[in-house]
Write a protein that binds this ligand. Structure first.
Ligand code: Q46
Ligand code: ZN
Ligand code: ZN
Length: 314
């Protein structure tokens, strides 16, 4: 297979675009496309302060690398979840995120959940009894809360995450199977900010996971290969496998699914859910927006899990 631009041997073949590129042309193409998506979806402009949520994986480190190469002002935020799983998952991912930042002279904020809230994620999940065997619900809640808090407290304009097309298509697939109108209405490359909640963007949402892996490898980015140990057996991995089978038979299925959804949403397919969106209130503890008056779900979880937190905060 030859590079479409120069005729040299291709390194990456993107069947959905009928496009094969050599290393150099792929490393030119991907940042150009990223810039195009940033502008198309009005994610941010040069001069905005961007906070990138960095997990130590290929997507978030590549996103940070791309934004810096494109001349944006982007700092990183790493969350120490305290997950070991026999592979020192958190320690290794933290080490790689720190290494990346140090080598490039970038600012990396670190929030260690255990130090901040008294327990690591798996223990918080156990004692708040929200885990149902897996800490993912508590983990997601905590990540959203902390990312938003740091973005707000440190005055960032926007919070960027490294979700790729495979992630987005899997979430969309799940939401569509359930016809979750409210979630479908909110899914997209940009989630506008509301008082107390930062604007969120996903600049990689149109790139396949394998394109991001190719980018990270060709750029020499050292990232953690292992998934979080709690990801095994999750519904989202199952949806990804199903979508991959379809993609294999019909290249472009995932991209089409996602882009046609964005079109439909823009044409107002889920707009009736806008009027059903609940009124937002400020959490009485942390000030972040919540749908019911009183405490937000994160603060409620924390009270249940760490009575000490309750005593201190009252
Ligand atoms: S939610 Fe669950 Fe992930 Fe948290 S505990 Fe691991 S798998 S990291 S995206
Ligand atoms: Zn080429
Ligand atoms: Zn709260």
């Amino acid at each position: 297979m030859k590079c479409r631009k120069c005729g040299e041997k291709a390194s990456v073949n993107m069947r959905q675009h009928k496009l094969a590129l050599c290393r150099d042309h792929f490393l030119e193409w991907l940042p150009e496309q990223t810039e195009r998506f940033i502008q198309k979806y009005s994610m941010f402009v040069r001069g905005d302060r961007i906070l990138v949520a960095v997990s130590g994986g290929k997507d978030s480190l590549s996103l940070w690398d791309l934004l810096i190469s494109l001349g944006y002002r982007a700092d990183g935020l790493y969350l120490g979840l305290g997950i070991d799983g026999g592979i020192q998952y958190s320690d290794n991912s933290h080490r790689l995120a720190r290494k990346f930042a140090e080598e490039k002279g970038l600012v990396l904020h670190v929030v260690d959940v255990e130090r901040e809230y008294g327990e690591p994620i798996p223990v918080l999940a156990d004692i708040s009894r929200r885990g149902y065997g897996k800490p993912c619900a508590v983990c997601g809640l905590t990540k959203r809360h902390v990312m938003n808090r740091v973005a707000r407290d440190l005055g960032y304009d926007v919070l960027a995450t490294g979700h790729n097309l495979d992630d987005e298509a899997a979430v969309l697939f799940g939401n569509t199977l359930q016809w979750s109108g409210e979630y479908l209405l909110r899914q997209g490359p940009v989630l506008p900010g509301v008082p107390g909640m930062a604007k969120k963007v996903k600049p990689l949402c149109r790139f396949y996971e394998r394109e991001m892996a190719a980018y990270a490898i060709l750029r020499g980015i050292e990232y953690i290969y292992e998934e979080c140990p709690y990801a095994a057996g999750s519904t989202s991995i199952y949806y990804k496998e199903v979508l991959n089978r379809m993609e294999h038979e019909h290249p472009g299925t995932k991209l089409n699914f996602y882009l046609r959804f964005l079109d439909a949403r823009q044409r107002g397919l889920f707009s009736q859910h806008e009027s059903m969106s609940p009124e937002l209130h400020a959490c009485t503890e942390c000030g972040q927006p919540t749908s019911a008056p009183g405490l937000c779900s994160f603060c409620r979880m924390l009270r249940k899990a760490t009575p000490a937190f309750e005593a201190v905060s009252e």
